[in-house]
Design a protein around this ligand. Structure first.
Ligand code: NOJ
Ligand code: CA
Length: 710
């Protein structure tokens, strides 16, 4: 009996087995759990609408409903499912809505009872895995639930009440450096100015905003997310990354990546394409994790649903992708739960199929929003919540056929997953682009006008090629291709040569600290070989012709990005970039007392974490600050720069020093770390009145005295 209990315990405690997937090789199916399929009628109440007419109530969908339909999902060629948030949400209505969408969490350690429990969640992971599909969970670390309605920001730790927004406000203190009033939550009002301090430290649409620098919050969110990792998921979609410090997210991701080589992508909500400061920050985030391609979605939909130049779209997309270190890790979509569905905006199915084919062939990983394959529309053409109708199952449509064929091609032809992106012809109505990866190639022909005869220069072997979607012919002779492109179709031609030399196309994750497992995807890896990072040989854990798993070695470098390459049979691969972290990462608040400085200040330092310029924020309390992921107990120096995003930075010829010992690091002019430091922990926090007028003031005064002494 004891033996049996021991074995059972081991099964419960051990992480689920993990089948590695290369994200770029697959496609994602996005599901709003409540609106997919009701697999268990007993969990529908309360706030349930069996008539499916009130879009703000639960409609019955659950995890068991997804398990029942895994074969349907697989029939579309899907390899990853992105679930809307499944953590336990509030048990009340707020702003006239039930939390059927899952974005109003109250307990990050539990599963929402309308959707199932941990046992059912793990069953879903296992059943999906049997079908070659892995699960990506939507996780919401920016905020819990509405602060002034519903359960008022109530937060539970595996069933035990921790706080709510009002009792937390009683414990809140003013952080003298950032000017933020905070405890577990920030108490800085709602976001009204959509930039700077408010963007990160205000409540997003009234949602109780977490103070992630509070060590309890930091640990709680890491533990909550780790429960999913231990249940065998392969990635996260992180909600509202725009509203959190990049430095906190970096070490949060690093913590999760130490457990498994996950695929994490962020939601940075930026609806247009302008090259403004916001776009600059979007690209900055993309150096840490993939991002949803929200900025290009409207341009794609507009060009197909309404009109517009394909030549302009081609130029815009090339410019967009040119800023990414890893454009093939962008996450592309036509529809999602925050925007009106495409077919509600325009009914032309031919054009819809074109847009869908484009999303499936652009650089980046395609997302199919549930029902894209069955032409689901938003009620009355509206967005949230009307873009979340009940699922209609139909995998026999033309859209489903396109999805299936192009998902299969992505598995077979690495050019779709890893290839470059180059327009070889573009005018207002016609666009031809090529994707190349070593000996593999894909040619995509997009044509919105009457049948058009194209003669193109194309470096493919002589022969006749058939497009994979409609069988249209392309003849290639001596570097010239002839195609007669039909109206309102996207044609996709494929050339799959044998890759003789090792070629790396993908690295997951592309940010790493020592000991982390990393997956390389590519071709021509052969049967065995070596992986080198900055010339240091890594321990190889798995090796096959198209996939390698290795363990990140410790490096002696101050660089941000390091080179990775592979050697097999004396042949060396291309080099790919990896963002290096020294390890033992934590989030620190870096503070600069610089009353003599003005404008936008940047820092650049002598350790990998600080090797790329980082913009500082200016607080209303007169400090410059930024949250940074740093290795603990490490001394470093930073140089100061001034300038604006997109511009060349001017050095200020000033070097400052810090040590990552306490949560708040005040940069000093000498190498000696200051003796005073304020650690932001729950225990040191006092009531607002004493902290602002008392302890906070004493701290600031002693700081000024100490700095003056130097
Ligand atoms: C973005 C999500 O996509 C949206 O649906 C949600 O309401 C907000 N973040 C807040 O969590
Ligand atoms: Ca925030």
């Amino acid at each position: 009996m004891r033996k049996l209990i021991g074995i059972l315990l081991l099964i419960v405690l051990l992480p689920s087995s993990y089948a590695y997937q290369i994200p770029e090789k697959g496609i994602i199916y996005q599901i709003m759990v409540d609106r997919f399929y009701d697999g268990n009628k007993s969990n529908n109440q309360p706030f349930y609408d069996p008539t499916h007419s009130n879009y703000r109530l639960y409609w019955g969908g659950d995890l068991e409903g997804i398990i029942e339909n895994l074969d349907y999902i697989k029939s579309l060629g899907v390899s990853m499912i992105w679930l809307s948030p499944v953590n336990d949400n509030i048990n009340r209505m707020a702003s006239g809505s039930a939390p059927y969408h899952g974005y109003w969490t109250r307990d990050y350690k539990r599963i929402e009872e309308h959707f199932g429990n941990w046992r059912i969640f793990k069953t879903l992971v296992k059943e999906a895995e049997k079908r070659g599909i892995c699960i990506i969970v939507d996780f919401v670390p920016n905020h819990s639930n509405p602060a002034t309605d519903g359960e008022f920001g109530s937060l539970y730790d595996n069933g035990t009440l921790v706080t709510n927004y009002y009792s937390d406000s009683k414990n809140a203190t003013l952080n003298p450096y950032t000017g933020s009033l905070e405890d577990i939550y920030h108490h800085n009002g709602n976001i009204k100015i959509w930039e700077g301090f408010e963007l990160k430290y205000g409540n997003l649409f009234g949602l109780a905003d977490f103070n992630q620098l509070n060590p309890w919050v930091d640990g709680y969110l890491k533990d909550g997310a780790s429960l999913f990792v231990r249940s065998g998921i392969c990635g996260f979609r992180i909600d509202a990354v725009k509203h959190m410090d990049l430095g906190w997210l970096t070490q949060f991701y690093a913590h999760l990546y130490m457990q498994e080589p996950l695929f994490i992508f962020g939601e940075y909500y930026k609806i247009n394409f302008e090259k403004d400061d916001d776009m600059f920050y979007f690209y900055q985030y993309s150096n840490v994790s993939s991002q949803l391609s929200i900025p290009i979605r409207n341009d794609i939909v507009r060009t197909f649903a309404f009109g517009g130049s394909l030549k302009t779209l081609a130029r815009e997309l090339e410019e967009y992708y040119s800023h990414f270190v890893y454009p093939n890790k962008a996450v592309n979509f036509l529809d999602n739960h925050d925007l009106p569905r495409y077919l509600s905006e325009s009914k032309n199915l031919d054009r819809y199929h074109m847009a869908l084919s484009l999303v499936m062939t652009l650089p980046g990983i395609p997302v199919i929003y549930y029902g894209d394959e069955s032409y689901l529309v938003s009620k009355e053409g509206k967005g949230d919540p009307y873009n979340r109708p009940m699922m209609k199952f139909d995998n026999q449509t033309e859209a489903a056929r396109i999805i299936r064929i192009l998902a299969e091609l992505r598995k077979k032809n690495n050019a779709l997953a890893y290839g470059n992106f180059e327009a070889i012809y573009a005018d207002y109505n016609t666009w031809v682009f090529e994707r190349n990866f070593g000996s593999e190639k894909v040619l995509v022909v997009v044509n919105k006008v009457d049948s058009k005869n194209l003669t193109l220069s194309l470096n493919w072997s002589n022969g006749i090629y058939r497009d994979v979607l409609y069988g249209v012919k392309m003849q290639v002779k001596d570097g010239k291709a002839e195609i007669s492109a039909p109206k309102n179709k996207v044609l996709v031609f494929s050339y799959e040569g044998k890759q003789e030399k090792p070629l790396i196309g993908s690295i997951t994750p592309y940010i790493a600290q020592p000991d982390q497992k990393i997956i390389l995807g590519g071709a021509g890896f052969g049967k065995s070989g070596n992986v080198f990072i900055e010339g240091v040989r890594a321990e190889v854990l798995e090796w096959s012709d198209e996939m390698i798993v290795f363990r990140m070695p410790k490096l002696n470098t101050q660089k941000a990005w390091v080179d990775v390459y592979v050697e097999t049979d004396g042949k060396r691969s291309n080099k790919v970039k990896l963002r290096y972290l020294n390890g033992n990462e934590e989030a620190f608040l870096l503070v600069l007392n610089a009353s003599n400085l003005m404008g936008q200040i940047w820092i650049k330092g002598n350790i990998s974490e600080l090797a790329e310029p980082i913009p500082l924020m200016r607080s209303r309390t007169g400090y410059y600050f930024q949250v940074i992921s740093l290795p603990i107990n490490t001394s470093f120096s930073v140089d100061l720069y001034s300038g604006l995003p997109w511009e060349k930075l001017e050095p200020l010829n000033m070097t400052l020093y810090g040590e990552s010992i306490n949560k708040t690091i005040i940069l000093t002019k000498t190498k000696q770390a200051p003796k005073y430091t304020q650690t932001i922990t729950r225990t040191t926090i006092q009531s607002p009145s004493t902290s602002i007028c008392g302890a906070g003031l004493i701290l600031m005064l002693s700081l000024i005295v100490l700095l003056k002494k130097r």
